[in-house]
Ligand binder design. Structure first.
Ligand code: FAD
Length: 394
């Protein structure tokens, strides 16, 4: 039996593990956190990734746990409505996908689905990978040492284990940070994603969830690096300063900055010209993070994890499997990472003129004419999730 260590238990990790176990591999998953992480907000599962969940028998469960978001509405000065995009009724189009689910909920579904077929180890992580032609000697932070035939790194955009095999992986900063907060739901809240275009490179977002709270996002265009590494107090101070006087419901979000569950990230894409080194292979955000503004990160993670497992199941030799995986996924990843021109700045304009132009463009994109004509306006908020054909399973 081929033994495989998978690092990371979010989306890509458990999906790879489930499919590999199904193909008869002996799989262990290691996760740095002490328990399955339940943080994160509304994420989209589209196109090929819907098909992966379908093949796993999880699509109905995922739909049943949807956030119930009815669509996306953009608001301008004074909270005035600019444009409205109802949720998609197919599995690919529009800013609100038909399958919108909390990240933590999807991770839970995937984890539970792996059941006893996979061994799990929480609160540990890889600190050294020493490989020879026959296997990989893995050292863990806990001091444990084990040997595996293959290692899959599915531990996210900031993967430290990636540094062990591909040091200084190039990351492309998109000039924006996002703070995600979970705040109490009020009677005024709706089941729409409300995106307030606040000007000066700021956006304030309020989104529904299926657990009775409201998910808030503060978008901020900034050239300042390292905000994600500051402590919570410093981050709160910075956000209060940056969003002071922004209007609409901003103060309600700022009031929650001290106590609400919060996660802040700076948006970096990962671009690698190879996803494997010997017997170690990368998948998901660790390999190709496209960032949340792409709307396709989770879709790429599910599709990539399935493809990797399918290639390993189909080839006797891991080198042939990794080459096949790379050849299949790379064009899809490149499309997913290629953002519309001006993203994310155009959607978070600095000036009044930028705000006006955005309002006009959004109205056009939301008009029935644009939808009918297709093209860029008609496909607004629609990442290329349908432009990939999954390999068949063996
Ligand atoms: C807590 C959290 C919240 C998120 N919230 C959002 C959100 O609100 N909106 C959005 O669009 N995307 C969010 N994402 C990112 C989104 O999940 C990914 O873009 C996408 O689903 C691809 O998933 P992934 O499994 O490749 O990576 P990730 O989802 O980033 O998962 C990586 C996993 O690896 C673990 N890990 C990290 N380092 C190590 C290590 N050295 N050893 C072992 N395990 C390690 C992490 O704890 C995590 O469980 C979030 C991710 C996380 C981890």
């Amino acid at each position: 039996m081929t033994s495989v260590l998978v690092s990371g238990a979010s989306i890509a990790g458990p999906t790879t593990a489930w499919w590999l176990a199904r193909a008869g591999f002996d799989v262990t998953v290691v996760e740095r956190a002490d328990a399955l992480r339940d943080e994160g907000q509304n994420i989209d599962v589209r196109g090929a990734a819907r098909e992966v969940l379908r093949r796993m028998g999880l699509e109905d469960a995922a739909l049943a746990h949807g956030t119930g978001e009815m669509g996306t509405v953009f608001l301008g000065a004074g909270g005035r409505e600019l444009a409205r995009f109802p949720a998609s009724t197919d599995d690919t189009s529009g800013p609100t996908a038909e399958l919108e689910i909390l990240r933590g909920r999807l991770a839970q579904l995937l984890f539970e689905h792996t059941g006893d077929a996979v061994a799990h180890r929480f609160g540990d992580q890889v600190t050294a990978l020493d490989q020879d032609p026959d296997g990989v000697d893995v050292t863990f932070l806990s001091g444990t040492q084990e040997r595996y035939d293959l290692v899959v790194l599915a531990d996210g955009v900031n993967s430290r284990s990636r540094e062990l095999v591909l040091p200084d992986a190039p990351r492309r900063y998109l000039g924006m940070i996002i703070a995600y907060l979970t705040i109490p739901r009020t009677e005024e809240d709706t089941d729409w994603w409300r995106w307030y275009v606040a000007g000066r490179g700021r956006g304030v977002n309020l989104r529904p969830d299926d657990v009775g709270t409201t998910r808030a996002m503060l978008n901020l265009m900034t050239d300042v690096r390292g905000i994600d590494a500051l402590d919570r107090t410093a981050q709160a101070t910075l956000l209060r300063r940056a969003f002071a006087g922004a209007g609409w419901q901003t103060d309600r979000v700022l009031d929650a900055l001290d106590d609400a569950p919060m996660y802040l990230e700076d948006l970096n894409q990962v671009h690698l010209d190879r996803w494997s080194v010997g017997r170690v292979v990368l998948t998901g955000d660790a390999a190709w993070c496209a960032t949340p503004v792409s709307g396709i990160g989770t879709t790429l993670a599910l599709s990539g994890a399935y493809t990797l497992a399918a290639c390993l199941a189909a080839h006797d030799d891991h080198r042939a499997a990794f080459a096949d995986y790379d050849a299949r996924m790379r064009p899809f990843v490149e499309k997913g990472q290629s953002l519309p021109p001006g993203t994310p700045g155009l959607a978070n304009p600095q000036t009044d003129l930028g705000r006006t132009l955005l309002g006009t463009a959004l109205k056009l994109a939301a008009s029935p004419v644009a939808t009918k004509l297709g093209g860029i306006a008609g496909r607004f908020g629609t990442p290329p999730a349908d432009q990939y054909e999954l390999p068949s399973w063996r």
